[in-house]
Design a binder for this molecule. Sequence first.
Ligand code: FES
Ligand code: FES
Length: 167
Amino acid sequence: MTEHDITITVNGEEKDLTVESRTLLVHALRDELGYTGPNVGCESSTCGACTVHLDGDAVKSCTVLAVQADGCDVTTVEGLADGPELNPVQESFQEEHGLQCGYCTPGMIMTAQQFLEENPDPSREEIREALEGNLCRCTGYQNIVNAVESAAEKMRAEGATTAAEGD
Ligand code: FES
Ligand code: FES
């Protein structure tokens, strides 16, 4: 069994850990570092419950080895909020009832967050396409799409406010 000493910056905090060659990033985050936001569902790149951001890209952390994340920045759903203040995507999922059991929710939020950074004014069809790699067994998706649409509006409004303050 080969072990490796690696360093991953998670939600802005540098973490040193020792992992086996075969350890998946999702297991390192959950079991070694205590970030239980990313959930383990299929472990085969199908459900998206384990989605995190790796150097800014949404990835399924069950498809990444922990050693591949050595030296990288990882953001989990825990890293989006500012203390008790939820970010717009998190807030919108809560307000629009975009969850039931919540198992898929961290992955949905992480995928939606990156999508909205790249496409701030998406159509409902584009939102559905963006979320096609994230499966939900409870909600029927309608409220999830509503939540992402609402988050997009909030983020645009925040952007407009920030721009106006900068004038
Ligand atoms: S647990 Fe990673 S995609 Fe399902
Ligand atoms: S809210 Fe239960 S799986 Fe999506």
